[in-house]
Write a protein that binds this ligand. Structure first.
Ligand SMILES: C[S@@+](CC[C@H](N)C(=O)[O-])C[C@H]1O[C@@H](n2cnc3c(N)ncnc32)[C@H](O)[C@@H]1O
Ligand code: SF4
Length: 466
């Protein structure tokens, strides 16, 4: 049986409706709604001081958030500030650099930065000279390895050749481009005026300047999308041959992102059509020799993500899948999240609060979380299942000194219906996500989440799993 036939298996539509419910994407465990004010800027600083200078400290992965965009895409789930006032960007750049100074003053100079990601918002809404200013400031204050993976999310609509040249000059080697869809009706329905030629030009220019890896973001489940329109979009994407393709499940959360109410719900594809679009996508991309990594991500067979999955070194963080396991993640900018040792810390989500903290010479941590032993254990299980699709039970028992069957009696009970539905297989030594189970990774992980009922009881937060 080929991969897609195995995915479809029996009664997929029935299973999809059975398991379609709100659930986290597990870019962290515990998930962000559990972060609280009990872990603030003082706790963050203390943890930095205590962990930073110890021998063999982990390498560093930096994340910098730029919230600004020129116009609002109605689907957007990111933390953004829509403005045409360039003074606001200038002001932000100044604060970001001050935060870089603060963080670097608490970071042992020898520690190596092996990864940096700029996310948003839209970094290329900055002028090339602003990009140069921020990037060179960060590089001056931190010790980057020569082969550091340096990536940026760009919106082709705001991009000039000079932007791409500047990014290369600053050492960026990976680009992730927001495309979403090529169909003009879909683009109009999401308020994203991005003619195909704009994307093609951005890709051509990035390649000509030697970007070694290009990722393209698409979304399925957008208004007016049909199998036929999305099929045409995919045809064009396959011709472009990016190294990686992310096909995100549209996170429709109008109760959290009020602007999503600007989308006419009647124009959204039905769950049945959404499923057909997803299956067509998996078939089309795997036929074109992309490997389905899981959770919306596809990569070429020789891509590092694919190799990392094979060698079980794949890792999941706030940016999705990554090959850099074991780094301390430090977030810069409004709303960014840091994660190191057993802590999570999130910066203020509103600009005035972020600026106030930096003006006071403090870290901008607004909420955070200190993980318990149980959190670390559950995080390990969820991450291994989502990355490797298999869990070695004796490895977990040895690492965490537990009896798996006893400790996870409750979780295994929750897992049983998924087992009966053929989504996961269990024997003495392993849990194994089946081919069909790959479409239900979030549901499988949810069985090991100790906080789910607590988080979702308070208010609706998560998007639907399917
Ligand atoms: C943080 S955004 C920044 C990219 C850049 N501003 C752009 O739009 O091209 C990164 C990606 O997240 C995805 N995204 C944003 N909102 C989403 C949502 N509600 N559901 C699913 N994916 C979403 C889009 O594919 C987008 O390209
Ligand atoms: S999708 Fe990108 S460009 Fe559109 S509003 Fe969100 S961050 Fe800005």
């Amino acid at each position: 049986m080929n991969f897609v036939d195995a995915l479809i298996g029996n009664d997929l539509a029935e299973l999809m409706s059975k398991y379609d419910r709100p659930g986290p994407r597990y870019t962290s465990y515990p998930t962000a709604p559990l972060f609280s004010k009990d872990f603030g800027h003082e706790a963050f600083k203390e943890e930095l001081i205590q962990t930073n200078h110890s021998e063999n400290r982990a390498d560093i992965s930096l994340y910098a958030h730029i919230p600004f965009c020129d116009t609002l895409c109605y689907f957007c789930g990111c933390t953004t500030v829509i403005t045409q006032n360039r003074e606001r960007i200038k002001e932000y750049v100044k604060y970001l650099k001050r935060e870089v100074d603060l963080l670097s003053s608490f970071t042992a100079p020898k520690r190596k930065v092996v990864q940096m990601h700029w996310g948003g918002g839209t970094h290329t809404y900055l002028t090339p000279s602003e990009i140069l200013d921020v990037a060179s400031h960060i590089r001056e204050k931190f010790n980057f390895t020569d082969d550091a993976e340096i990536s940026v999310e760009i919106d082709p609509r705001d991009l000039t050749f000079s932007h791409i040249q500047t990014l290369r000059q600053c050492g960026f080697n990976r680009i992730s481009m927001g495309v979403q869809d090529f169909n003009n009706d879909v683009l109009a329905a999401i308020n994203r005026d991005q003619g195909e030629a704009i994307t093609m030009k951005a890709i051509e220019q990035s390649r000509s300047l030697g970007f070694s890896s290009i990722n393209i973001d698409l979304i399925y489940g957008l208004p007016l999308q049909t199998i036929e329109t999305f099929d045409k979009t995919l045809e064009k994407i396959i011709k472009i041959a990016p190294e990686r393709i992310a096909v995100y499940n549209f996170a429709y959360v109008p109760w959290m992102k009020a602007h999503q109410k600007l989308i006419n719900p009647e124009e959204l594809p039905t769950p049945q059509n959404k499923l057909k679009i997803l299956l067509m996508t998996i078939k089309k991309l795997t036929d074109a020799n992309y490997v389905y990594i899981g959770m919306d991500h596809f990569a070429k067979a020789d891509d590092e993500l694919t190799i990392a999955q094979k060698t079980k070194t794949l890792h999941r963080n706030f940016q999705g899948y990554s090959t850099k396991a074991g780094c301390d993640l430090f977030g810069l900018g409004m709303s960014s999240i840091s994660h190191f040792t057993t802590n999570y810390a999130q910066n203020a989500k509103l600009l005035p609060d972020y600026y106030r903290a930096i003006d006071a010479g403090q870290f901008a941590t607004e909420v955070g979380y200190r993980m318990s032993y149980d959190d670390q254990l559950r995080k390990y299980i969820i991450m291994r299942l989502m990355c490797d699709l298999i869990l070695d039970i004796s490895d977990v028992e040895e690492k965490f000194r537990i009896n798996f069957g006893e400790y996870f009696k409750n979780s295994l009970e929750k897992l049983q219906p998924l087992e009966e539905d053929g989504l996961i297989e269990r024997n003495e030594s392993h849990l194994h996500v089946t081919t069909q189970g790959r479409l239900f990774l979030r549901n499988i992980a949810m069985c090991f989440d100790a906080y789910l009922s607590k988080v979702s009881k308070e208010k609706p937060i998560f998007s639907r799993t399917i």
